[in-house]
Design a protein around this ligand. Sequence first.
Ligand SMILES: *Cc1c(COP(=O)(O)O)cnc(C)c1O
Length: 411
Amino acid sequence: MPNFNLPDSIFKQAAAQFPTPFFLYDEAGIRATIRELKQAFAWAPHFMEYFAVKALPNPRILQIFVEEGFGLDCASECELLMAERVGAQGRIMFSANNVPAGEFAQASRLGAILNLDDISDIDQVLRECGQMPEVISMRLNPGGGFMSNNAIIGTPEESKYGWTIAQMQEGLPRLKALGVKKFGIHALLASNAQENGYYPALAELLMQTAYDLADKSGVAPAFINLSGGVGIPYHPDESGPDIMQIGADVEKAYHRVFGAPAPENVSICTELGRHMTGPHGWLVTHAIHHKDIYRKYIGVDGCTGQLPRPAIYGAYHHVSVVDKRDMPHTEVYDVVGSLCENSDKFAVQRPLPPIETGDLLLVHDAGAHCYAMSHNYNGRLRCAEIMLREDGSFQMIRRAETAEDYFATLL
Ligand SMILES: *Cc1c(COP(=O)(O)O)cnc(C)c1O
């Protein structure tokens, strides 16, 4: 089920205080998910989640992860700057690819672990940093199709990321000669995985690969990085993955490969984005127009420039109407923004209760990869982000863009 944890009264209060559209994020919900993840991996030595900054790049949100003892996963100069600003130095995973010159040096200055996407990155790190760090990470691309419960859930062979196993076998002795003492291994082979089996299958693959590489090279494994990709239930028919079960099944894979009790020196880390914040955000928007032609349309004051997933991927986001959640869904609408693109639809042929102009609509599960993907197409501006604090107060954590912002980069 999509997230219905907050009562309608909260959204009405927020909309009385801030002009729509805006994103509302639930701090308590994010912290609860953080604690649940800690519990699911409590068995793992030195478990660390590096929250994927790209999922929700706002310092106030990132601060929550840092306060909870977690780190940040960065992949660009600005993401590193943001991590620095929230004091995440020494708790950063730099999982970039096709890395522009200078970013390994920048990441290294912040004490980040460098997660190399390609064997050629070794030379780039040497050029920029002068030497290899003692702990380095490599991103694996196993090729082929990636299976969970006998179903293909990813196609690594078609993806641009990672090293082949042969490259790792060749590269690790070189890294050892360059002073590397320990290595980590990483892969991201699925996105929004609904199966409980994704992480355990990935874990087994990474652990076995690490075990074999260590055996051959004499370099010890430091960590297994399961990266992101664990899904959330966007659709009412989805129940979503069970993180406690996933943690328990990853533990079984760990003991199968490394033995029990868990060796203290091989830790587990993750770079979850969507799973951590996705359910804890909503786009709050007012209905401003009705249109009745071959279909019935509800026009809202937000658009998919502010939340592009439905327009880009045809992604499902649940839409609910404040104060009408329990009314019969007797109408069928397309819920649309005002971009001059017919893909600008939050919902297509969606059963909903009868909507009046002025009704408040919520686009659910907008806490990850939503604001983050927003753009200015058609001269439409990005909207504000509001956080519902644990004490019940609202805090604006990013103001809406103005026309001045839009013109600021023009010369
Ligand atoms: C996108 C990404 C993540 C987060 O993915 P989610 O699907 O949001 O969990 C983690 N690590 C890397 C390297 C990524 O590119």
